[in-house]
Design a protein around this ligand. Sequence first.
Ligand code: SAM
Length: 221
Amino acid sequence: NPDLTAAKVDAYLTSKILHPQIGGDPSLGRGQARADEAGMPQIAVSAMQGQSLTVLAKAMKAERVLEVGTLAGYSTSFLSKGLPPHGQIDTLELSPLHAKIAQQNFLDSDLFPFPRIHVGPALDTLRKMRQPEEGGYDLVFIDADKERILEYFLEALRLTREGGVVLVDNAVRRGRIALEVNDEPSVDVTGLRKLYDWVEQDAGKNVLMSTIQTVGAKWWE
Ligand code: SAM
């Protein structure tokens, strides 16, 4: 059925199951408008993907979350809403402009726990970070520059508690990960390939990994 697109299904689902205070929180729309006005790229997760982050954090009873790649703080908001008020959320961002807009958005959304933004190249920040005193991070969300996915992943493993979860966005790269010769060079697959090579070498010693191909308003990724 040519009318049946992933975006249409996503629109149906979001009309039904976005939680009024989470994916349906009106401050999210204001935040996206602020990001658009500042000329920021529209590359945040979708509302449904965002709400999946909240569900996962809640299901895990996560208390400490780390995010690599803040943008305007859209996904950060969903993660914060999955945590108890005494939780902790750290988010890493290269661009001072993005960090500034994200900070405004966090204030507007009245988030609790309030996210701490660390501005600068994420790898430098990560290398200086230690596990939180209360214990390692429960959940890490990696969604920044795609060339350094493996480096971020290895730092995330160091900072995560045993049994914690590291989520990597963009894990199929428009399917190009499966092509021997990438026919879309603007879509970097080298960073992701290094991650899959690492997991192959690890052979289940440290990491149990699964990749989900998703479809939705942001097409499939
Ligand atoms: N997680 C966000 C969301 O869904 O709302 C989207 C993040 S966006 C895909 C990627 C972000 O990573 C951008 O804001 C970009 O400035 C940031 N970024 C790119 N390279 C970075 C680096 N080396 N260190 C930290 N952040 C970086």
